[in-house]
Design a protein around this ligand. Structure first.
Ligand SMILES: *Cc1c(COP(=O)(O)O)cnc(C)c1O
Length: 486
């Protein structure tokens, strides 16, 4: 814009609409579309292949000119919404993904409107996050002072746990000097079935993924305790410094839960940090039926979990809970002039969330979680978890009643691994899974159990019912028969 002589070149124009009524009408249309989508999800394919023209349409140059909102909404409806991964759909059982809820969606909208930055400062949004921390402390039987923090997901939560455990082992000075100055290299332990993000957490913490010892599992896919003991002893004998054991509550591949009470006792005996990767399984504490399966978790030093999985909070909502608030804060808090704390005014309310993790600017993940916990209560959420486990047992029973099918791992929680019998089982079952996904009927995934490819059904979505599993099974049998006919 050319400056006009004698007139300020600056115009007071914000990004707010000129015509709020038009925006309001458009906004209501968008909200209605999403409510319709959730109400009628079942009538859609779970997933569908993306047509090339649609993919190409997202290779546009950076827009310099404005576009109309109704037009963008239209593009969302025709080119984005139909081609998502499908985890909101009851037929989605491929990976451990939550289904989300309309309540969570509405809360997200409120949070986005408020646009709160939860790095810190004196504001109720931070109190909402502290409320969730208190609730989680209560749920897991942690002390009053336990600290917690929302993060993207359990991958980040596990990373934070590794760093806090590192501070516990080497003292806060490690933050200046780095791990290279440690006289004895640190080593950590997890089961062979632990999630890949544990090794990655050690990698990005500077300890190296090689510092993770992967302990073999027993026939129930739990970390083998005698072998864990031996590995620790061997590392000590070799001059290394064992510092941390990561137990898993609900492995991704089969849903196994380590002997958490046994691990807690071992860690106490050995003086090691006991962390639990409870990405989805930890919150089984909400279900009176499932809580005994994660017994011992209350003795952990730290627990990582996701509200966006079994508790159905929309993505993303990971969480880290730490027993020792001081160690947690000593791992992350940094003095900075622009983060000066006061006892009054907006800069009051220390310590802040930014003192407990690497993020400074942070969204209001706590709000959709607060709405979800308040709107449903832990009993109802727990009964949804128990329901997914009952559905897994239903599927297990159906598998036993078909000679063409075989179960490949015991069903502990909500994950079922099986396959269609064939002369070339890996190839056959890989093709069955792709055919199923492309059919739009159901989305299972694959994993390997003792080297054999399995069809993996992880039932996490609160919308999944018996009929969805029956449809899945009918399709597996049909595709299997097609694949194996001579
Ligand atoms: C999902 C999952 C993770 C990773 O969590 P994200 O939220 O995807 O980062 C880690 N461990 C286990 C056991 C999981 O199920």
């Amino acid at each position: 814009m050319k400056p006009v002589p004698g007139q300020s070149p600056v115009q007071d124009r914000s990004l707010d609409p000129e015509h709020w009524d038009d925006l309001r009408t458009q906004g209501h249309r968008m909200l209605d579309d999403m409510l319709d989508y959730l109400q009628h999800l079942r009538d859609r394919p779970v997933w569908q292949p993306i047509p090339q023209p649609v993919r190409n349409h997202f290779q546009e140059p950076l827009p310099s000119e404005p576009a109309e909102l109704p037009e963008l909404h239209q593009r969302f409806m025709t080119e984005i919404l139909p081609y998502a991964v499908g985890n909101a759909h009851p037929g989605f059982m491929g990976w451990v993904h939550g289904g989300g809820t309309a309540v969570g969606m509405l809360a997200e909208m409120l949070a986005a409107g408020l646009n709160a930055n939860l790095g810190g400062r004196d504001q109720i949004p931070v109190e909402v996050e502290r409320q969730i921390t208190k609730w989680m402390g209560e749920l897991f039987g942690f002390p009053e002072q336990a600290s917690g923090l929302f993060v993207t997901g359990t991958s980040m939560a596990n990373f934070i746990a590794v760093l806090v455990a590192r501070t516990a082992a080497l003292g806060p000075a490690v933050r200046q000097h780095g791990v290279a100055t440690a006289t004895r290299p640190l080593t950590a332990y997890a089961s062979a079935g632990a999630h890949g993000c544990i090794a990655q957490a050690l990698d990005i913490s500077g300890l190296g993924s090689g510092a993770l010892r992967r302990i073999p599992v027993n026939e129930r896919f739990q970390m083998d305790l005698p072998q864990l003991d031996q590995a620790i002893a061997a590392d000590r004998a070799a001059g290394l410094q064992p510092f941390m054991v990561v137990g898993t509550a609900g492995t991704v591949d089969v849903g196994a839960v380590d002997d958490l009470a046994g691990l807690a006792a071992l860690c106490r005996r050995q003086g090691l940090w006991f962390h639990v990767d409870g990405a989805f399984g930890a919150l089984a504490r909400m279900s009176s039926e499932l809580a005994p399966r994660v017994e011992g978790i209350q003795q952990a030093d730290s627990i990582a979990f996701d509200f966006h999985k079994w508790v159905q909070v929309p993505y993303d909502a990971g969480f880290i809970l730490v027993r020792d608030e001081t160690l947690h804060r000593q791992t992350f808090a940094t003095p900075a002039a622009y983060l000066q704390r006061e006892t009054r005014g907006v800069a009051a309310g220390s310590p802040w969330p930014c003192d407990y993790g690497p993020d400074l600017s942070r969204g209001f993940r706590a709000l959709k979680t607060w709405f979800t916990l308040k709107a449903y209560g832990t009993e109802r959420l727990g009964s949804i978890m128990a329901q997914t486990c009952a559905l897994a047992r239903h599927l297990e029973n159906r598998i036993h009643s078909h000679d063409e099918l075989e179960l490949l791992a015991p069903v502990t929680l909500n994950i079922v691994c099986f396959r269609y019998r064939s002369a070339h089982p890996d190839e056959t079952n890989a093709r069955i899974v792709v055919s199923l996904q492309e059919s739009g009927v159901a989305v299972p995934s694959t994993t390997r159990i003792h080297g054999a490819l399995a069809i993996r059904v992880a039932i996490v979505n609160h919308r999944t019912r018996h009929e969805d599993l029956d449809r899945l099974l009918a399709a597996v049998l049909a595709f299997g028969a097609q694949e194996t006919k001579q």
